[in-house]
Design a protein around this ligand. Structure first.
Ligand code: ARG
Length: 576
């Protein structure tokens, strides 16, 4: 049940009955201020303009036809022609009571789509660093949200496992054969640096590295075996991080760049046949009129180098083809840094022109900004190096454990360790997900680990508080007898918010902005805290009916908080 859809539908019916053309929208939205009712329908103004009549009179006609029997307690015209709708408390209480049976309001898509989600996608030559956090967790949140709506999700971890740098890496690995591979690659970052130094300083090494690139490209077995060894260890590093991060990416979701190698000659052939690719200084280049620079000159996209080598863009064209034709995607979502926006535009435009993309398939780049340090510059270690993601996550857990110690909680050592992990990881993820994804944001331990404000610990705390009320009451939600009744304004406000969960989930599924869900959960938890202050539950003077009713409302809040956090990939705990 989605209140907004329901009201939109009813108001639109009334508009039809009042003779208003079908293209005029009812424009129903929650009211910003309870003074103007709970919801507002603002469509009368637009309709009056289109019909050249008086908006207030038109609003009155709509209200005359509007059937909200049992749903609204009043409908009023305000200002130039707003229709203010106040919902009926009894109806609201019934809807909240039904939430649990109705998947908390998350509607199942009537036409489930096949959605491919391209996310995380680290370059396997190096270790995952903070730059990979955003793609990994935003993409994962979208996978969870769309899956919850019943869509078929195909996760695609487009890892970078091919290119000339692997020649240098396997050559260095070959030279370390006295070491166990796991030991040699324990620190991928250091390994990469050492290989690079040798490549730059030792001509003999560089020659062997180049030779290995040729061998890899020719599919020579010994070079491939060494490469596979390297890739397997690097992938294991990433998977360790995925497990720390509680993301849903599995090993089988890896569809690496190299998986497209065999398709690349065909991509070039098609582009040539269609006269899209032309030779330019020995290279194969596509010039796109629709993507031009400021002077109107078409921007080139190189798809094959003069030596015959393929590029990142060529692989992405093959990926478009695979996802649209083989996987039959209805939507492909790419969670990639905003700095690759032009690249994605080119890939999509060429992919469409060349027919690699199916017509109905929606190709969507959902870009994101950069994580900054508190100095406002891209987040780096004190010595200016890249921050390893694994180390950052470990630090988050250590900091959260310290917070719990300072809080002097009575958790057992195991419970404390579990809570520290959930709070620390949750804080890092939430701080990122709660920011409008397209902006850069500043990474701050203090604000993300605060128990106040729009943070994971605040939401997790709200959840544990509700659990502790039930523990204190010595009662479980199933044992509650009296029905839910909405009496106090704080109760009504909380109920209404609970009923908006499905709307928000739907919005995130469409627009891929998880901060909308974060904002919603924060508002929900804040309304709960207000309700909690105003509406005592366990005081001796509170009647059992009132207590049960309020406990029901609290339980629904806990369920929505838990479910919402789970969609963001964040865990809750029973106590903290
Ligand atoms: N490996 C790339 C990078 O680190 C990201 C790949 C994103 N996905 C894609 N289909 N291009 O920049």
């Amino acid at each position: 049940m989605n209140i907004r859809d329901l009201l939109n539908h009813r108001v639109r019916e009334a508009m039809t009955a009042a003779g208003i053309p079908a293209e005029c929208q009812p424009m129903v939205a929650p009211s910003k201020n309870p003074q103007f009712g709970d919801y507002q329908a603002n469509g009368a103004m637009g309709a009056a303009k289109a019909m050249k009549t008086n908006p207030r009179e038109l609003a009155a006609k709509i209200i005359e036809q509007l059937d909200l029997e049992g749903i609204a307690s009043s409908t009023e015209i305000a200002g130039p022609g707003f229709i203010n709708i106040s919902l009926d408390n009894g109806w609201l209480a019934d809807q909240v009571t039904q939430l649990e049976q109705q998947r908390l309001g998350i509607e199942a898509a009537d036409q489930p789509q096949t959605v491919v989600i391209d996310y995380s996608a680290p370059n396997l030559a190096k270790e995952m660093h903070v730059g990979h956090l955003r793609s990994t967790i935003i993409g994962d949140a979208l996978a969870r949200v769309l899956e919850a709506q019943g869509h078929k999700i195909i996760r695609q971890n487009h890892v970078g496992d091919w290119g000339t740098q692997f020649g240098m890496l396997i050559t260095h690995l070959q030279d370390q054969q006295e070491l166990d591979d796991g030991v040699a690659l324990a620190d991928l970052e250091a390994f990469y640096r050492a290989a690079k130094v040798r490549f730059d300083d030792e001509p003999e090494f560089a020659a062997r590295a180049r030779d290995n690139v040729v061998k890899l490209q020719a599919g020579e077995e010994s070079a491939l075996a060494m490469w596979r060894k390297f890739i397997a260890i690097s992938v294991a590093h990433s998977e360790e991080i995925y497990s720390k991060l509680n993301v849903t990416l599995k090993h089988s979701d890896i569809h690496a760049e190299s998986a497209y190698n065999d398709a690349l000659p065909g991509i070039i052939e098609t582009l040539q046949q269609q006269k899209l690719a032309v030779e330019d200084q020995g290279a194969q280049v596509v010039f796109l009129d629709e993507l031009a620079d400021k002077e109107g000159n078409p921007l080139p996209m190189i798809v094959q180098k003069s030596g015959g080598g393929y590029l990142y863009a060529t692989t992405d064209l093959a990926a478009v083809q695979y996802r649209c034709q083989e996987l039959q995607a209805d939507r492909v979502l790419y969670f990639i840094d905003a700095r690759q926006s032009l690249h994605m535009k080119q890939v999509f435009a060429v992919g469409r022109k060349a027919g690699f993309a199916t017509e109905h398939c929606s190709l969507e780049h959902h870009p994101f900004g950069t994580m900054m340090g508190e100095d406002g510059k891209p987040f780096k270690t004190r010595s200016g190096g890249t921050v390893k993601l694994g180390e950052l996550l470990d630090e988050a857990v250590v900091r959260a454990a310290q917070l719990l110690k300072d809080k002097d909680s009575d958790l057992s050592a195991d419970e404390q360790a579990d809570a520290a992990r959930k709070i620390g990881i949750g804080a890092v993820k939430y701080a990122d997900l709660a920011k409008t994804r397209t902006n850069d944001y500043i990474f701050s331990w203090d604000s993300m680990l605060s128990f106040e404000g729009n943070t994971a610990p605040y939401l997790q705390y709200a959840y544990t508080r509700i659990q502790s009320i039930f523990r204190k009451a010595g009662i479980s939600p199933e044992q509650l007898e009296a029905p839910l009744q909405l009496v106090e304004p704080q109760e009504k406000a909380l109920a209404m918010k609970l009923l908006q969960f499905g709307e928000v989930v739907d919005q995130v599924a469409r627009d891929a902005y998880p901060h909308q869900l974060c904002n919603y959960l924060y508002e929900l938890a804040s309304l709960f805290m207000k309700f909690y202050e105003a509406c005592p539950m366990l005081r001796s003077d509170i009647a059992t009916e009132t207590r049960d009713s309020r406990l029901r409302l609290s339980h629904s809040t806990a369920q929505v908080l838990q479910s919402g956090l789970e969609l963001l990939g964040i865990e809750v705990m029973e106590r903290m």
